[in-house]
Ligand binder design. Structure first.
Ligand code: PLP
Length: 284
């Protein structure tokens, strides 16, 4: 696999980052994940805008222009022959060659790393046909979840807890209300109304969430952005989650409680179809 590090395209075994890099020492880093379908990037613009927001919230310098980032994405997709898959981008605050809590001076260059994952069949995954099972866990993450940082230890632990419980993923709950999934935004549907938590610093502002809500509105579906409990979701007709890597993923079981007839719900299925069709058309 060819990866990108600070201006160079290299075999992954030759790519190097300092052990003093703040991304490694302190998770002082932000990232983006953009999916590739038909060899093209899905919603690159949305991801590039959110990256800039994450960087500016952390007073981190942008490593390069949006146009340059698009070119790097495209070149990696081409070099690795990706038809369906993902492009990961990470920007760290870099390093001035030692460990210090204080941010280094402005002369310190950010580290920019990109790599691809080849995922044939991503748009047509078996899980999207059967739906997935989730559990609920307490949300103990930090308070700025709207910034897409690489602090992914708790989401990893959540996915391990789900696996041990025989489930596929976990939704997190804080003060009695669902925040989001470990790596996705959370929704349920009751009596034809789609319910999801409103944007705030408590959740990531999903790029897929934004697109799916716009498409749901265009399809005249009813949407309520409000806080909700896990019990409301368990009593729902259907549930689903959204992310750049899973698109719209139906959920058929929450904490062992089967939703509806245990098959993906009609609204989740329809939104997945609309999302894939429209975003493939608009891919770059
Ligand atoms: N929420 C969290 C915590 C995430 O990690 C992600 C994606 O990684 C999402 C939501 C979904 O965001 P997006 O649709 O931009 O992939």
């Amino acid at each position: 696999r060819t990866v990108y590090v600070n201006g160079d395209y290299l075999p992954e075994t030759e790519a190097k980052v300092s052990i003093f890099d703040r991304g490694f020492l302190m998770a002082d880093a932000v990232y983006e994940v953009t999916s590739v379908l038909g060899g093209k990037l899905i919603d690159f613009e949305g991801h590039a805008l959110r990256l800039n927001r994450s960087l500016s919230e952390l007073d981190m310098a942008a490593p390069c222009s949006k146009e340059a980032l698009l070119e790097i994405h495209r070149k990696l997709v081409e070099l690795n022959g990706i038809e369906e898959g993902l492009v990961y981008l990470q920007v760290t605050r870099g390093s001035d060659g030692d460990r210090d809590f204080l941010f280094p001076g402005e002369e310190t260059q950010p580290t920019l790393v990109l790599f691809t994952q080849n995922k044939p069949g991503l748009a047509d995954s078996p899980a999207s046909k059967t739906g997935i099972k989730i559990i609920s866990i307490e949300d103990v993450r930090w308070g700025r979840r709207d910034i897409k940082t690489t602090q992914l230890l708790y989401p990893s632990m959540g996915k391990m807890m789900a696996k041990k419980a025989g489930a596929d993923d976990a939704w997190m709950v804080e003060d009695g209300h669902v925040t989001e999934g470990t790596s996705n935004n959370a929704y349920f549907v009751k009596d034809g109304v789609i319910v999801t938590r409103p944007l705030s610093t408590e959740i990531l502002h999903g790029i897929t969430r934004k697109a799916v809500l716009r498409m749901a509105e265009e399809a005249q579906l009813k949407i309520e952005e409000r806080l909700f409990t896990i019990d409301e979701a368990k009593a729902a007709d259907e549930a689903f989650c959204t992310s750049a890597s899973a698109f719209v993923m139906p959920i058929v079981e929450i904490d062992g409680v089967m939703l509806g007839d245990g098959a993906p719900g009609p609204i989740a299925k329809r939104l997945r179809e609309i999302y894939l069709e429209e975003s493939i058309k608009a891919a770059v």
